[in-house]
Design a protein. Structure first.
Lengths: 338, 613
């Protein structure tokens, strides 16, 4: 790697544009984390491309001193796919929101993941439509009061990680806006993954949905409400580090146990990030009963679209004189008129 | 057999049968033999929307029409002189096209009670007087074929599949065509199934021999169609889809760019995706997206990254793409959008032709989003219009709409193959100088924004759909800046009028009583109608527009030279509306939206009534 690349700092990745999110918005913390992380990738800055849709979160590319494209609502995965197909050398990032990726752009998110296009998709989930002033979103909890649901929302939310797993994503992770170390580690692993990686970032919107992630963020109580998962490590959490997650092998469901009380340590589930069935269960944890899992929920590489496309093309071109238009125009049946 | 012969300068033949009867294959083979014979020709495949309609049903009838002869042939012809009807359903749905005295060839083996009932014939048209006005060649092709292919031991069903080749053999004899090209084609097509190839060839030969030796009824003649005077050179049969696909590859080459072609299947546009998917040995990547929106967005992403993004669809899919096309207008990125128009609205008539998306092309989208629109007028023309669309897109950093239609896409014509070395290259230069760089830099003359692609050191920048400062390219909500940017985007497109050829008159004088002004696939019918009218002494001219937006710089002045303007279109009046609003000229409309192309006679009649009124 060339020296100049190694010397880059957070400054090199910070654009000259004034950041315009509301004071206290979780997006600031995410931006800082990523700007700081970029030099560590040791990749040419000019090869970094941030593509976003529309939403508060989608303003992100303006603040990165890289190539960036702020596109249209919901379509960032498609535009990013085109960027990657045109130049596979580029590191392509997709910045999206819960509305952008899962309402209007649900179809594209699903298919980018299914195809396994080599993109790093970061979904800023604030469980609300921030930019349009606070309507409920497809991830809002039932009962969310918003300008469009003054009596509280009645439709059930979906879990972004469950959607990603269901779409066939080979890398699915979750992290938290203000947890710089954790978020960095997760994004690093996402970046290293060859294929589409999906990271849900729990993001606080202090204006329209303040405090919804307080339980998992507040240092005083978070230990009881979130569980940091790691491949090969037992699923243990709690202030006293004495709670665990066990798989009930009869019902094939998870249960919270107290280690040493109703469950020996050996019976606590050990996280296997290559196990899709477990990933589905762990990814959906939350609510009143379970802690929210943060970390890499699933990672199991599979063939990726862009590599395969170019391999196929190379095979097709082998031994062929191609690119000559006059040859093409005269291929097949022709005849002479004299 | 000693048959009389009949001389024809031009003649129209129509093959009609069940979807499963192989009429398109029959037509294509007849076309090739006719081209090799030295005739000018034009074809029109007319097939149903249903993939596999029930056997014998009227809505499952598939037809292929060819017009050929010694004169210039630019349409698939109005009046069918020879109709091949493989079953009652084909007869009842196609007899209306046959002129009185024309010949109809029928397979009596298919005229059983069941098929007659499916076609809703109350009695058998072969013996109830229905065909009295025509010359009828009724042959039990069913049993002829069974005998002809007996030695190959095929099942009854497989044996009957050779009916179309038996019939083709007969028709070859009637028109004095060489069957060798079909024999070669069958051998190549069924290289791995020699039995099938041989059975089909045997059927073809048997049909041919039957015509030669059997006592054909009196009144059946051999048609002599003299060769056309053609420009010397190498020719091939070309349909609009292939011409467009190859034109895109050619345009990419001339621009020195790789192409990303992203599309979502839709009739009649899918064939373009298929054609390019088969050509990945050239500099094209094809991407079948999850919908039309994803397709246009992938194309835009590719253009941002330094390829040339192309997307293609028919009317309903183009409607879905419009929001993203507006982004490409705002971000000033090149993009080619191909619309192979079909009958609308909504699902409309997916396999039939129409020109009803002109207004969508020029005025669709949201906000003030001008962009160039180019229209192909015949199959071979698709090659050149595709190149032109790519030239404009890259030179002006703008999306371009390229209009074709279901007729052009499927029709074919002999094409004098050009020498690609004679095409003027228009290589793109990407910006690479860091000094003074902003993404808002513009070429002073074309007003095109710079193209700086990701991967270029030192040119990191952001673009997007929010209004941008004219000076820096940064987000700007400044009122005066928005006025300036809107004006600039419009001026950039308006300027293109100075970079496209002046409008020519295709036929007739540059002033006179009437100009017939067309665009797209009505070219052939208008051309013939105007030609016939001129022969009859009328003062009429044919003007056919390729650059639909911006319009050629001299068009207004040119049109002012005629007393009257007639605009035939396969819609309810779209170009006529533009001419009226842009030029304040009292142009008249002639409209047809039946899913069928104009007949020459329909336009001829309108010309006469317009001039003599
Ligand atoms: C086609 C279209 N429809 C609607 C909108 C309006 N709109 C902009 S952002 C948005 C929702 C954004 O929510 P989310 O993706 O969660 O982003 P956030 O602002 O919360 O970060 C909507 C509905 C739009 N810009 N374009
Ligand atoms: S509305 Fe919410 S999400 Fe949007 S910038 Fe403000 S705080 Fe952030
Ligand atoms: Mg949101």
């Amino acid at each position: 790697m060339n020296q100049a690349v190694n010397k880059l700092t957070i400054k090199d990745y910070t654009s000259d544009q004034e950041v315009r999110w509301c004071p206290g918005c979780g997006d600031y913390a995410i931006l800082k984390t990523i700007q700081k992380l970029m030099p560590e990738f040791d990749r040419p800055k000019e090869n970094q491309v941030f593509v976003s849709g529309i939403g508060c979160s989608s303003r992100f590319p303006y603040y990165m001193n890289t190539y960036g494209f702020h596109t249209i609502h919901g379509r960032a995965p498609s535009i990013a796919t085109g960027v990657k197909l045109a130049n596979p050398e580029l590191d392509v990032w997709v910045i999206t929101g819960d509305g952008d990726a899962l309402s209007i752009g649900g179809n594209h998110t699903m298919h980018a993941l299914r195809r396994n296009v080599n993109l790093n998709i970061l979904l800023f989930n604030n469980e609300i439509y921030g930019l349009t002033k606070g309507q409920y979103s497809p991830t809002s909890k039932v009962g969310t009061r918003s300008p469009s649901t003054p009596q509280g929302s009645i439709d059930l939310p979906l879990s972004p990680c469950a959607v990603a797993l269901g779409s066939g994503a080979a890398f699915v992770a979750r992290s938290i806006d203000t947890e710089m170390k954790h978020l960095s580690s997760v994004i690093k692993q996402a970046h290293a993954h060859e294929g589409a990686s999906f990271v849900e970032i729990l993001q606080n919107c202090p204006i329209y949905n303040d405090g919804i992630f307080e339980n998992v963020k507040d240092k005083k109580i978070a230990a009881d409400f979130r569980i940091e998962i790691e491949h090969g490590k037992a699923l243990i959490f709690g202030k006293e580090n004495n709670k665990g997650i066990r798989l009930n092998k009869e019902t094939l469901t998870l249960e919270v146990v107290t280690i040493g009380e109703d469950c020996p340590l050996e019976d606590v589930l050990v996280h296997d990030q290559t196990n899709k069935a477990l990933a589905n269960l762990i990814g959906e944890m939350g609510g009143d009963e379970f802690p929210v899992a943060v970390g890499v929920i699933y990672h199991n590489p599979k063939p990726n679209y862009v590599d395969d496309l170019f391999i196929q093309r190379e095979q097709l071109r082998q031994g062929k004189e191609s690119g000559n238009l006059n040859t093409l125009l005269r291929s097949g049946h022709t005849w002479e008129v004299v | 057999m000693d048959a009389k012969t009949e001389q024809h300068q031009n003649i129209v033949v129509r093959f009609a049968g069940d979807s499963g009867d192989g009429m398109q294959l029959t037509g294509t083979n007849f076309t090739l033999a006719t081209a090799l014979h030295g005739n000018n020709l034009s074809t029109f495949p007319d097939f149903p929307a249903e993939i596999r309609a029930p056997v014998g049903a009227t809505f499952g009838v598939s037809a292929f029409q060819i017009y050929f002869g010694s004169e210039d042939v630019t349409t698939a012809g109005d009046e069918v002189e020879v109709l091949v009807a493989m079953n009652p359903a084909a007869l009842i749905t196609n007899l209306k096209y046959l002129i009185p005295g024309g010949m109809v060839i029928v397979d009596t083996g298919a005229f059983n009670d069941k098929n007659l009932a499916k076609a809703k014939y109350l009695s058998n048209p072969l013996d109830d007087g229905t065909l009295d006005a025509y010359r009828v060649l009724a042959i039990d092709i069913h049993s002829q074929v069974i005998t002809a292919v007996e030695e190959f031991g095929l099942s009854h069903k497989m044996a009957l599949r050779c009916k179309n080749m038996w019939t083709l053999g007969l028709v070859f004899w009637l028109f004095d065509r060489d069957k060798q090209s079909t024999i070669d084609g069958l051998k190549a097509k069924f290289a791995n199934k020699p039995d099938i190839a041989n059975a089909n060839i045997a059927a073809l030969n048997a049909g041919n021999a039957y015509a030669e030796t059997a006592e054909l009824p009196s009144g059946i003649a051999i048609y002599k169609v003299p060769k056309a005077h053609q420009i010397p050179g190498t020719y091939r049969n070309m349909n609009g889809t292939t011409a467009l696909a190859w034109g895109l590859l050619a345009g990419g080459k001339l621009a020195n760019l790789g192409i990303l072609f992203a599309s979502y299947p839709i009739t009649p546009a899918s064939n373009l995706l298929h054609a390019l998917a088969a050509r990945k040995d050239y500099d094209v990547i094809t991407f079948q997206a999850e919908d039309e929106i994803a397709a246009v967005c992938a194309a835009i992403g590719a253009s941002f990254a330094g390829s040339l993004g192309v997307t293609s669809s028919a009317g309903p899919g183009i409607a879905l793409k419009q929001e993203a096309i507006s982004l490409a207008v705002s971000a000033e990125l090149p993009l080619v959008v191909v619309n192979t128009q079909r009958g609308g609205p909504s699902t409309g008539l997916p396999t039939k032709t129409e020109q009803s998306d002109l207004l969508q092309a020029i005025y669709g989208r949201h906000g003030d989003t001008p962009l160039p629109v180019v229209a192909s007028s015949h199959p071979g023309d698709c090659f050149d219009t595709a190149i032109e669309a790519m030239r404009l897109a890259t030179k002006y950093m703008t999306p371009v709409m390229l209009l074709s239609d279901g007729y052009i896409a499927n029709a074919s014509e002999p094409w004098l193959i050009p020498d690609f070395d004679n095409y003027e290259p228009f290589p793109v230069t990407f910006h690479d100088k860091t000094e003074g760089f902003t993404p808002s830099l513009r070429d002073a003359q074309t007003l095109a924004r710079v193209w700086a692609k990701p991967g270029t050191v030192g040119l990191e920048h952001r673009i997007g759909g929010i209004e941008k400062s004219y000076d820096t390219g940064d987000i700007s909500y400044d009122p005066d800046n928005h006025q300036k940017m809107t004006d600039t985007r419009k001026a950039k497109i308006d300027n293109i009028a100075a970079d496209i050829p002046l409008q020519e008159v295709h036929l007739g004088g540059s002033s006179g009583k009437l100009a017939v002004v067309g665009w797209g696939s009505t070219y052939g019918a208008i051309h013939q109608a105007v030609k016939r009218s001129i022969r009859q002494g009328f003062s009429v001219a044919h003007i056919h527009i390729r650059h639909m937006w911006p319009l050629p710089a001299n068009l207004q002045e040119l049109l002012a030279g005629y007393d009257n303007i007639l605009v035939p279109e396969m819609n309810t009046g779209q170009l006529v509306k533009i001419i009226r609003s842009e030029f304040l000229i009292d142009a008249k409309a002639l409209n047809k939206v039946s899913g069928q192309p104009f007949k020459i006679s329909e336009i001829e009649r309108a010309i006469k009534s317009e001039i003599t009124k």
